[in-house]
Design a protein around this ligand. Sequence first.
Ligand SMILES: Nc1ncnc2c1ncn2[C@@H]1O[C@H](COP(=O)(O)OP(=O)(O)O)[C@@H](O)[C@H]1O
Ligand SMILES: CC(C)(COP(=O)(O)O)[C@@H](O)C(=O)NCCC(=O)O
Ligand SMILES: [K+]
Length: 258
Amino acid sequence: MLLAIDCGNTNTVFSIYDGDDFIATWRTATEWQRTADQYYVWLTSLMRFEKIEADITDVIISSTVPRVVFNLRVFADRYFDTRPMVVGKAGCALPVDVRVDAGTAVGPDRLVNTVAGHDLFGGDLIVVDFGTATTFDVVAADGAYVGGVIAPGVNLSLEALHNAAAALPHVDISQPEHVVGTNTVACMQSGVFWGYVGLVREICARIKAERGRDMRVISTGGLAPLFQQAVDLFDEFRDDLTMHGLTVIYKYNKDLAD
Ligand SMILES: Nc1ncnc2c1ncn2[C@@H]1O[C@H](COP(=O)(O)OP(=O)(O)O)[C@@H](O)[C@H]1O
Ligand SMILES: CC(C)(COP(=O)(O)O)[C@@H](O)C(=O)NCCC(=O)O
Ligand SMILES: [K+]
């Protein structure tokens, strides 16, 4: 069985697959100090709770936080006796080209999203991922990653307002009832929510214009449905897009090795 680990700047998601069958998924906060032993205790107690008996033989990791990779490697080696594939590192080939400026270290999550988007929806795509940052990954007709856009994440924007202005409280994102807020929280929610709708719409329109073609917009991340329900921003939403990409990259490398 495969353990796929998607480590973002805020959360790390662990998913187990048996061949193509999805078995289970769990999420924990990303902390680079966490040791291999801590990962193991956490994961096995959740597996026991859900009565899942998984015989993990392979591990694949994508991490936007370089420092966590060391302990995740030890985790795979010590408890599953396997050398993990790490996206962006030697020994982990990608089934798509990456066409960016020389020396650019593209976030592995963006490469994985590109692979997943191409596998599920073909080419000429914009993949929007609502993570710590909001990323737009541009996927060419042949599936190559050809660049994109990085914008501050939704919660990061709200946190920045709260941290920088003494009178602004901590606020959770939601769709405000009116654009014109009549209290502080409603004003902040309006600024970030409608500002974000505009940001996504404008960036997607400009990407399509710059590339001179229509492109499908694929979204992922917990906040995508919140924006989609307000206005038609995306053609497709896939909650598990990054995980799906990890399974595609795993299979691609397994086939190369056989
Ligand atoms: N379903 C959701 N509803 C509200 N907030 C969410 C949801 N999913 C994630 N978030 C928040 O969105 C931000 C990004 O989360 P996540 O997608 O896990 O980021 P990353 O992949 O960068 O670790 C975090 O602040 C997280 O708490
Ligand atoms: C842009 C990101 C911070 C997004 O990370 P996330 O929000 O998923 O934690 C990450 O993809 C990253 O560190 N990228 C490196 C620079 C680049 O992709 O060009
Ligand atoms: K991500």
